[in-house]
Design a protein around this ligand. Structure first.
Ligand code: PLP
Length: 344
């Protein structure tokens, strides 16, 4: 068989996931919740197993209704995906495929770029300024689709409410997506009111604070007409019944959500203090991870791996010479404190 991929697909490197070779409390490479999913998820998934011979509800009506209540929007303004990642691919296909343009920061969230390239779109990147989105420069760029990740990955920095509003109001890009995967850990307002008003799309995930990264559930909130376009091209059963049940149960457990959120914020400060005490200069983060620039990346990753700790090497995130460390629980923080060498 002679295979000849399309030119823009040729030679692409697959997404490089975080290492799984670590102790459970040392899994600090993928920004997962160290607190796991709500205990209610187990029963909900066990119940859903009984109906596994049935196709899942392609509209995810129960989950959409619960999310609509949570955000004060209409269920028609919510679209569920197989993780945010599916929705990011759908956005690229629907709005930028075949020569369109996607605008994002540099460095960007890897999937925003990969999905654009796969769809045959051009990527326009605007460098961060002092680790933050340069929203004034981004607003001036003509594009079919624009991403603002708030808080940003891999830096953990935020754009404040007024700047986000101004960006959405003035952007030349036709579709603006505000990716709020980490908003639960931040002190800035959500762009959800802009999504409710149909001015932007807000992207959320169950993979972070809800502790359901393995279930693969994300969602978009925004203009129903825009969501209908995405609905028309998606694989109808991309979100399985177990994942839908897990997300509904997770959403109902506000106590678990609040505890995970609060503990992450507390330990983020402790992680930042620890890094500073050892002579590092971490970027001030409002997410569930901390970027540590100006390190001997390979040596530090290896040193921590020897003690069962996996962190993300910055070179795969577009910030060579850095590591990104997910905020651990108390046990993980103690393990990290024991293993972390002083900055050289
Ligand atoms: C983790 C993350 C997501 C979530 O992706 P899922 O596919 O829902 O797991 C989305 N956007 C950003 C920027 C992230 O870091």
């Amino acid at each position: 068989m002679r295979v000849e991929p399309r030119p823009w697909v040729k030679g692409l490197t697959p997404y490089q996931p975080g290492s799984h070779r670590a102790a459970p409390e040392g899994m600090l490479a993928s920004n997962e919740s160290p607190y796991g999913p709500s205990p209610r998820v187990r029963d909900a998934v066990a119940d859903a197993v009984r109906d596994l011979h049935r196709y899942p509800d392609p509209s995810a009506a129960r989950l959409r209704a619960a999310l609509a209540r949570r955000h004060g929007v209409d269920p028609e303004q919510v679209l569920i995906g197989n993780g945010s990642d599916e929705l990011i691919y759908l956005l690229a296909w629907a709005f930028a495929a075949g020569g369109g343009t996607v605008l994002c920061a540099d460095p960007a969230y890897a999937l925003d770029v990969l999905s654009a390239v796969v769809a045959g779109a051009d990527v326009r990147r605007v460098p961060l300024v002092r680790w933050r989105h340069d929203l004034e420069a981004m607003a001036r760029v003509e594009a079919d689709l624009a991403y603002l990740v708030n808080p940003h990955n891999p830096t953990g920095t935020v754009s404040d409410g007024a700047s986000v509003e101004r960006f959405v109001a003035t952007a030349r890009a036709r579709v603006v997506v505000v990716d709020e995967a980490y908003i639960d850990f931040a002190q800035v307002p959500s762009a959800m009111p802009l999504a409710a008003a149909g001015k932007a799309l807000v992207l959320r995930t169950f993979s972070k604070v809800f502790g359901l990264a393995g279930a693969r559930v994300g969602y978009l909130v925004g203009d129903p007409e825009v969501l209908d376009v995405l609905r028309s091209i998606r694989a109808p059963f991309s979100v399985g019944a177990l994942a839908q049940a897990a997300a509904v149960a997770a959403l109902a457990d506000t106590e678990h959500y609040e505890a995970a959120r609060r503990r992450t914020i507390v330990n983020r400060a402790r992680l930042t203090d620890l890094l500073r005490e050892r002579g590092y200069a971490p970027v001030a983060s409002q997410a569930n991870f901390v970027l540590v620039p100006d390190v001997a990346e390979g040596a530090l990753v290896e040193r921590l791996a020897r003690d069962g700790i996996a962190v993300r090497p910055g070179s795969v995130l577009g910030v060579p010479g850095s590591v990104r460390i997910s905020v651990p629980d108390d046990v993980g923080l103690a393990r990290l404190a024991a293993a972390l060498p002083p900055a050289s």
